[in-house]
Design a protein around this ligand. Structure first.
Ligand code: PLP
Length: 406
C-alpha cells in the first residue's frame, strides 16, 4: 500500500460516512416527493442539514447543499456579485485575495471578462497571509461604494496558511461589504464557526473531511441576497435547483459530525506528525525551504495537516514521480496544464521567483495518517530528492519518462 500524503486533494472516506452512504443509497425516494419514500428521503436530508449546521456553527436554514466546493464558490461569488451589482450598478469591484483556489480565482476572472466586474487582487505577505493594511487602503482608496463583495479563503490549500478571517470581516463590516470565505480546507481541520465568523457566505466540501466526492454546501446568512446560478425546480431556497443527493448528503453529515467531534485531539495528533515531516525534510535536505507560516512559531497560523517545501534545483513534478515510485504519494500543490508544470500563483504572490516556485512539494496528512507513514517518507526522501536534483530543472520531461519506465 502506498503512503498517502495528499489528503488536501481528497481524503479517504471515513467509516461513519461510508456506513451512512451505503445504507441510504440502497433506499429510493426524491426528497421533494410527497409520498412516504419522498418524506423519508426529506427527513434524512433535513437531519443531515441539522448535523452539518451544528458542525459548522450555522442555522439549518443557512445550509444550501451543492455538488461540492467548486459549485459553492461559484454560487457565492457569482450570486453575491449579481445580487449586489443588480441592485446598485456602481458596485463592480470584487476584492479577492491573490492566493485563492481556482474555484474562486477563475470565477472572479470570468466575472471580470464577461460581466463587467473589476477584480482587485489583494496582496499577501511572504507567508501567504493577507496584508490588512493593503485591504484597508483599497477600501479607502477606491471607495467602498464601488465594492460588490470581498472573498478570502479561510485556509490555503497549497501552503496551509490560515487567514485572519475575523479581522477581515470586522473591517469589511465597517464598510457594509459582504464577505465570502472558501473554507473547504479549513472546515474539519481547524475550528470553524460560521455564525461567530460574521461571514455572509462560506463554502465547504464533503470529500475533504472524510465524506464522499460530489457533495458540499454553501452556508449562506439568512438575510443575504444571492442570485441563483442554476435554475430549475427551486430547491434549496430557490438558489440551488436540482434533486438533492440524499445518500451523499447523509454521508457528508456523518463525516462532518465525526470530524468535528474529535477536532482538538486529531488536530494535535496530525500536527505532531506534520512537525515530524518538517523536521525530517530539514534534516535530510537543509536547503529545502518551508513555505507558509512556521508552526514552531505559531501553530494556529497553519493547517495541522500541511507541510509544504520548495526544493532548490528540483522540478516539483520530478520529485513527485520519484517519491511515487518509492511508494509515497505527494503533490506539487498546484495545477499543471497538459503535463507542463506551471509555477503556483500562490507562491508567486508570496514573492517567490518562477524557478524557486517550480520546486514545490506539498505533503498533506489526514485521518488515516500514522507514524509509519512518516517513517516511510523519511526513508524514501533522501534518494528521491538526490535523483530529482540530478535530473534538475531543464531535462525534467525526459527524466520523468526514464524514471517511470524503470
Ligand atoms: N477550494 C479549495 C480551497 C480547495 O482546496 C478545493 C479542492 O481542492 C476546492 C475549493 C474545490 O472543492 P471541490 O473539489 O469539492 O469542488
Amino acid at each position: 500500500m502506498p503512503v498517502y500524503l495528499d489528503h488536501a486533494a481528497t481524503t479517504p472516506i471515513s467509516a461513519p460516512a461510508l456506513a451512512a452512504l451505503t445504507s441510504v443509497i440502497a433506499r429510493s425516494g426524491n426528497p421533494s416527493s410527497l409520498h412516504g419514500s419522498g418524506r423519508r428521503a426529506r427527513a434524512t436530508v433535513e437531519a443531515a442539514r441539522e448535523t452539518i449546521a451544528k458542525a459548522a456553527g450555522a442555522h439549518p436554514t443557512e445550509v444550501i447543499f451543492t455538488s461540492g466546493g467548486t459549485e459553492a464558490d461559484n454560487l457565492a461569488v457569482k450570486g453575491l456579485y449579481w445580487a449586489r451589482n443588480g441592485a446598485e450598478p456602481q458596485r463592480t469591484r470584487i476584492l479577492v485575495s491573490s492566493v485563492e483556489h481556482a474555484a474562486v480565482q477563475d470565477t472572479v476572472e470570468w466575472l471580470a471578462a464577461h460581466e463587467g466586474a473589476h477584480a482587485v487582487w489583494l496582496p499577501v505577505d511572504s507567508n501567504g497571509r493577507i496584508l490588512m493594511d493593503a485591504l484597508e487602503k483599497e477600501l479607502d482608496r477606491g471607495g467602498a461604494d464601488s465594492v460588490a463583495l470581498l472573498t478570502c479563503m479561510w485556509a490555503n490549500n497549497e501552503v496551509g496558511t490560515v487567514q485572519p478571517i475575523a479581522e477581515i470581516v470586522a473591517l469589511a463590516k465597517k464598510y457594509g461589504i459582504p464577505v465570502h470565505s472558501d473554507a473547504v480546507q479549513a472546515f474539519g481541520s481547524i475550528a470553524v464557526n460560521f455564525k461567530d465568523s460574521g461571514l455572509a457566505a462560506m463554502s465547504i466540501s464533503g470529500h475533504k473531511i472524510g465524506g464522499p466526492v460530489g457533495v458540499g454546501a454553501l452556508l449562506l446568512g439568512r438575510a443575504v441576497k444571492l442570485t441563483a446560478v442554476q435554475h430549475g425546480g427551486g430547491q434549496e431556497r430557490s438558489v440551488r435547483s436540482g434533486t438533492l443527493d440524499t445518500a451523499g448528503i447523509a454521508a457528508f453529515a456523518a463525516a462532518a459530525q465525526d470530524v468535528t467531534s474529535n477536532l482538538e485531539t486529531e488536530n494535535a495528533r496530525i500536527g505532531g506528525l506534520r512537525d515530524r515531516i518538517i523536521s525530517a525534510v530539514r534534516a535530510a535536505v537543509p536547503e529545502a525551504v518551508l513555505r507558509g507560516p512556521d508552526p514552531m512559531d505559531d501553530p494556529a497560523q497553519r493547517l495541522p495537516g500541511n507541510a509544504h517545501f520548495t526544493f532548490p534545483g528540483c522540478e516539483g513534478d520530478s520529485l513527485l514521480f520519484l517519491l511515487d515510485m518509492a511508494g509515497i504519494e505527494s503533490s506539487t500543490g498546484s495545477a499543471c496544464t497538459a503535463g507542463v508544470p506551471r509555477p503556483s500563483h500562490v507562491l508567486l504572490a508570496m514573492g517567490l521567483d518562477e524557478n524557486t516556485a517550480r520546486g514545490a512539494q506539498r505533503f498533506s496528512l489526514g485521518h488515516t495518517s500514522c507514524p509509519g507513514d512518516v517513517d516511510a517518507f523519511v526513508a524514501a526522501l533522501p534518494d528521491a530528492h538526490a535523483r530529482a536534483k540530478t535530473a534538475g530543472m531543464a531535462g525534467h520531461q525526459s527524466s520523468i519518462q526514464t524514471a517511470s519506465t524503470q
